[in-house]
Write a protein that binds this ligand. Sequence first.
Ligand SMILES: Nc1ncnc2c1ncn2[C@@H]1O[C@H](COP(=O)(O)OP(=O)(O)OP(=O)(O)O)[C@@H](O)[C@H]1O
Length: 297
Amino acid sequence: MTHELVVETRGLTKHYGGVEAVRNLSLQVEPQHITAFLGRNGAGKSTTIKMLLGMVRPSAGTGRVLGYDIADAAQSLEVRRRIAYVGEDKGLYGYMTVAELIRFTRSFYADWQPEIEARLLREYQLPTGHKVKAISKGMRTKLALLLALARRPELIILDEPTEGLDPVSIDELLQTLRVVRDAGTSVLFSSHQLDEVERIADRVLMIDRGQLVLNALLDDLLNNYRNITVESVAPGPVPTFDLAGVERIRSDGHRTWVLASSNVDGIVAHARSLHATVQVTSVNLRDVFLDIVREAS
Ligand SMILES: Nc1ncnc2c1ncn2[C@@H]1O[C@H](COP(=O)(O)OP(=O)(O)OP(=O)(O)O)[C@@H](O)[C@H]1O
């Protein structure tokens, strides 16, 4: 595995008893990119993230984070030292005040960045004298972000970071992630908010029932991917599209939908040779997501 990638997994698999939460997952996260991790409820995003963090042991496959083996206890510790994680429950000590928790966390990190702490305290207007358990959900997210970012991690992993935030706070958070990326930190975040993902992601990874179903640069997806709808003129077998550029294919027997990443002209020519009507449209993330979900069901 190359160490330039911040995350690389091969055949990563996790069974919980009879449930296969993650199946044979091979994915890569590039440095200094914002990578969005998408999938329906229960698709396996949190399980994957927990395996990357060494919180859950893989049943099979391998994974490296910043070059460190996630299955090795000592190396996994190094991963947690170098990266930051903002989870769904935020895992903050509620009995401390905001200021106490910041002081407490700061004491663990020699390379704590006081100017980042000061800037985010100001921007987020955190109530430093309040107990953490008494502050709002949005404020807790902001506090967790401050604690994560002031360590200046090489990689920050966030599990549904905008969940429960108001629109202004969402804007601030997305802007923070952009600033962090531009300053050299890699970002991996899971989300159900496709419009937010479209606003900031460089790359999109989508999983469904534990398997990777889409891996694309967002710009490439929006500018170059096409939906090709092929409608048979006469009844017959479902056409096959064993061609370069075909990413996904779905059919109801009469109509076939092809998601193409390239070779659109070649795919359209093939469809026309089958005496079918063909329609080509550009795509957005929501269409692709819904198509993949429909295909799976
Ligand atoms: N500790 C566990 N024990 C048993 N099954 C689990 C456990 N954790 C997760 N699962 C199951 O594994 C599958 C994947 O769950 P996971 O939480 O990884 O999905 P997710 O994509 O993060 O979902 P969501 O978007 O709802 O947070 C689900 O079927 C879930 O019920």
